[in-house]
Design a protein around this ligand. Structure first.
Ligand SMILES: [Zn+2]
Length: 89
């Protein structure tokens, strides 16, 4: 599991920007490299998650677009909460 950060620039509740901390579970697939893997374009996967606006203290739903490859699949994303300003990802 790894920690990644997500910036929401236009919060639907307060139209301000917030930074969220995400826990991302990836499954690394061990396999032999073939030519098609080398040329593989990262795939975009979409997750819909609930976020809490820290200004209004209300929940909203947003789509997260993340990239993965066949050797590094994203299994799950959970929203940990608001990231502190001193946390840099
Ligand atoms: Zn907000």
């Amino acid at each position: 599991m790894s920690t990644e950060y997500l910036e929401i620039r236009n919060c639907p509740k307060c139209s301000d920007g917030h930074r969220y901390k995400l826990n991302v579970t990836r499954s690394c697939v061990m396999k032999m490299l073939t030519m098609s893997d080398i040329n593989e374009m990262p795939r975009q996967v979409r997750f819909t998650r609930f976020f809490t606006c820290p200004t209004r203290n209300e929940e909203f739903q947003a789509n997260i677009i993340m990239t993965d490859t066949s050797g590094n699949r994203i299994k799950n994303v959970t929203v940990e909460g608001i990231a502190n300003d001193n946390e840099r990802g």
